[in-house]
Design a protein around this ligand. Structure first.
Ligand code: EPZ
Length: 423
């Protein structure tokens, strides 16, 4: 239970300029990848969020020398001191991306022992495809209790993923980066952070081709040299800020983003009647008319991202008409809608489909965040609502959004935190 709650008094349009931080999901892949290097690496533009801090601790526990300057958003990593391939279970449980240590340690030293990952409870989230890739590359993999052990010299091969998986794609890339020979990964994820990881690996001397398409070819390199690398901006934070601007009928310029990463969301917002204009590294979101209801179906990139389904659902609660939201990626990613019903949202949920009937007003209420993006959705609902919303368990939000309260406050939002009354 978090020791504080987040409060939002809604009704104020967000106006002004803000900026996007470095990507959470790219950072949690690039940081473990630095273990593959034989020399120190410097990573720039890392967001100052819980997941990055936890990873720094895990790498230090492995023996790497890590210096993380949260203000400068810079992490220097020297993996030469790594003296174990075991990540304690309780450390693995602290985040989803701890499973990338499996691929990175297998790639670095041919063995790894990592506990099952933690992460948002949005579905079963098995890792069978990750293990399939490791076995294909030559590892013996055992799952005993909640611990995964993998051991073997990585040898290039072909891997055909049974379903598109971001984590599975990234983990296979990490394990194959120093494999003997060439690895071809088929039916892979094409998310921007898969491309970012490929660029980082190539900056260390690896030869990764095809990232961003559905086939990735990796020619393993025996030695990878150090690199200074800047991670891409966060696509999901960009989208969350765009949706918050539209939801409050404001006028916001979001700087430091990559508009081409946002096309699926931009298209949906334009369809709703929201004015979105792309600039080189910025996007402006304004509301010039009422919002039409639209249908949203989540898909792997470049489709509509599942991580924006929850914030988008909040926006749709006040569109005029009925919107249909189909969540195809995770089997349990509608919990935020149940919380929004307490704020007056009219929602019907049937398996992976939610029908959101637009209402003219939401009302502030006490609600609870159940995962990272559900928390973001509740913030957006609070910004739209009449009166004050109290969000419990806001710690989830901190995991993936850097300084989100300050950013929203700088745009005029009435958002603050209060300690929980002693029970
Ligand atoms: C990553 O999760 C992200 N997390 C998620 O973001 C994101 O929602 C997801 O990719 C999809 O884009 C990180 O990058 C840390 P998947 P991941 O493997 O890798 C099934 C956020 O809010 N699957 O692409 O776990 C799986 O159950 C988080 O930032 C298997 O069946 O997602 C899911 O239904 C939430 N077997 C689907 O595939 C496997 O071996 C997609 O999962 C792997 C996955």
């Amino acid at each position: 239970m978090d020791a504080y709650k987040l409060l939002i008094t809604g009704g104020t349009p967000l106006v002004g300029e803000t900026y996007v931080s470095g990507g959470k999901n790219t950072s949690v892949a690039v940081i473990p990848a630095a273990l593959l290097s034989d020399e120190p690496c410097t990573l720039e533009n890392l967001p100052d969020i819980e997941d990055v801090r936890v990873l720094a601790e895990i790498l230090e526990g492995l023996g790497a020398k890590v210096h993380y300057d949260a203000v400068a958003r810079r992490m220097t990593l020297d993996p030469r001191g790594v003296n174990t391939c075991r990540v304690p279970y309780k450390q693995s449980q602290r985040m989803r991306a701890s499973y990338y240590l499996l691929g990175a340690l297998l790639g670095r030293c041919g063995q790894a022992e990592v506990g099952y990952p933690g992460g948002c409870s949005i579905g079963a989230r098995p890792v069978d495809q990750h293990l399939k890739a490791f076995r294909a590359l030559g590892a013996e993999v055992e799952e005993r209790g909640a611990i995964i052990t993998a051991k073997g010299r990585m040898v290039g091969t072909a891997v055909f993923f049974d379903r598109i998986t971001v984590g599975g794609t990234i983990n296979a890339m990490l394990a194959a980066a120093k494999a003997e020979g060439t690895t071809v990964l088929y039916n892979v994820a094409r998310e921007p952070h898969v491309v970012d990881l490929a660029n980082f690996l190539n900056s260390m001397g690896c030869r990764v081709k095809g990232a961003g398409t559905d086939i990735i070819r990796i020619t393993g390199a025996q030695h990878l040299h150090g690199s200074t690398y800047t991670v891409i901006p966060d696509q999901i934070e960009t989208g969350t800020l765009m949706i918050a601007a539209a939801a409050t009928r404001g006028d916001v310029v979001i700087r430091g983003c990559i508009p081409t990463h946002m096309e699926a969301l931009t298209a949906k917002l334009l369809e709703m009647g929201v004015a979105v204009s792309d600039m080189d590294d910025a996007i402006r979101v304004r509301t010039v008319r009422g919002h039409r209801a639209v249908n949203v179906k989540t898909q792997e990139y470049p489709g509509f991202p599942t991580d924006l389904q929850q914030p988008m659902s909040a926006l749709l609660t006040r569109a005029s008409g009925d919107s249909v939201v189909i969540e195809t990626i995770f089997e349990s990613r509608f919990k935020h809608l149940t919380e929004m019903q307490r704020m007056g949202a009219h929602v019907r949920i049937l398996d992976q489909t939610a029908i959101i009937e637009g209402v003219s007003e939401l009302y502030g209420a006490p609600v609870t965040a159940t995962d990272l993006r559900a928390g973001a959705a509740l913030v957006i609902a609070g910004l739209m609502a009449t009166g004050t919303t109290e969000i419990y368990e806001p710690g989830y939000i901190e995991r993936g959004y850097e300084h989100i309260e300050e950013k929203l406050r700088s745009l005029g939002a009435k958002i603050w935190r209060e300690p929980l009354e002693a029970r």
